[in-house]
Design a protein around this ligand. Structure first.
Ligand SMILES: Nc1ncnc2[nH]cnc12
Ligand SMILES: [Zn+2]
Length: 359
């Protein structure tokens, strides 16, 4: 019998893969376009229902990205970035999220003349407010857009030096269209950022649409310690062994993979293989406004698709996510204790119910 849905909901969750620009819901996108006098392209859906209908299914990653980058155009002022992030925090506050490591794409804004400072200030103020109001801790990971020229990415790293060194930005990532832009193009960018701050956390999207070799190249060439998506790693069992040995977190995004046609159904995700190899993975929403759900929806989709997982398997998955989060050892211990207490509570509930029914 599957574990109860209420147990899944109660688990304290860490989100490791969520693009702030990907949380731009149609009901914020249109008002921001009006407020900022932004004219959307003629071919862009005109109403919230029309836009939601488009978001039902994308042909592939590029089809989605075409909409995603149009959406970013409505973000102009610091308050827009703040409101966008606050709308996300309000949603996840109802889903037992305790910690969120958040991506953002500076180049999608600086290329339109929006100062980097505007973007970062707006997002950072929301992170501070979320910690104060909701007790959700968070950090920002700046992503390089791999479809832009590596020289532009290098310039962004130089322009962000202050934020990369003073802890305002906690991580560097790599996103956008994967297959035509392999990791080796960005070696200089990642090494420059790391030279600014040896504690900077490094991650990259790899093995979403691209091959397993992009995962190993990201580890070897970019020196990342985490892989975003990474599900195509299962094409290479030696790689799976390595990822397990090095405790590399794969930030899996179930609903995203279905909406972007990477898989047809959530039960096709190779999660049982990852469990059998001891690969830590977490469940994430990627771009929740576009893919039909926030983190809890992703947990529930996996719960439905993998009904055989018991309390301890779920507890282990969540603890693996905590232990590979970019947080202190003390915080990891505190959160893992919380998970263990919840698992114990539910296991006792079941055994008490069993004992009562057999008394
Ligand atoms: N799923 C994804 N893959 C690559 N780049 C992205 N940017 C936003 N979402 C993305
Ligand atoms: Zn992503």
């Amino acid at each position: 019998m599957p574990v109860p849905v209420d147990f899944i909901k109660e688990l304290p969750k860490c989100e490791h893969h969520m693009h702030l620009e990907g949380s731009l819901e149609p009901d914020l996108l249109f008002p921001l376009a009006r407020r900022n006098n932004i004219t959307l392209p003629d071919t862009f859906p005109k109403t919230i229902p029309q836009l939601n209908a488009k978001y039902k299914q994308f042909k592939d990653l590029q089809d989605f990205l075409d909409y995603y980058y149009i959406g970013t155009n409505v973000l102009i002022n610091e308050i827009d970035f703040f409101e966008l992030a606050m709308a996300y925090f309000k949603k996840i506050n109802k889903q037992n999220v305790i910690h969120a490591e958040l991506f953002f794409d500076p180049q999608s804004h600086t290329s339109r003349g929006i100062p980097l400072e505007t973007v970062i200030k707006g997002f950072k103020k929301a992170c501070t407010k979320a910690e104060r109001d909701f007790k959700i801790t968070s950090s920002l990971t700046m992503c390089l857009l791999r479809h832009t020229h590596p020289d532009e990415c290098l310039q962004l790293i130089k322009d962000s030096k202050k934020y990369l060194t003073d802890g305002t930005i906690n991580g560097l990532g790599l996103d956008s269209a994967e297959k035509p832009f392999p990791p080796d193009m960005f070696v200089e960018c990642f090494s420059l950022a790391k030279s600014y701050n040896k504690h900077l956390n490094l991650t990259a999207h790899a093995g979403e649409e691209g091959p397993a070799s992009y995962v190993s190249d990201s580890l070897d060439l970019l020196q990342v310690t985490r892989i975003d998506h990474g599900i195509n790693s299962v094409q290479d069992t030696e790689l799976l062994e390595r990822l397990a040995k090095e405790k590399v977190l794969l930030t899996v995004c179930p609903l995203s993979n279905v909406k972007l046609n990477v898989i047809k159904k959530v039960d096709e995700l190779p999660l049982d293989i990852l469990l059998s190899y001891g690969n830590p993975f977490s469940l994430n929403s990627d771009d929740p406004a576009y893919f039909g759900g926030y983190i809890e929806d992703n947990y529930l989709a996996v719960h439905k698709a993998f009904p055989n997982w018991g309390y301890f398997t779920w507890g282990q998955i969540v603890k693996n996510g905590i232990n590979t989060s970019w947080i202190s050892k003390t915080k990891k211990e505190e959160l893992c204790d919380k998970v263990e207490a919840i698992v114990a509570k539910w296991v006792n509930k079941i055994s008490d119910a069993y004992a009562a029914s057999h008394a």
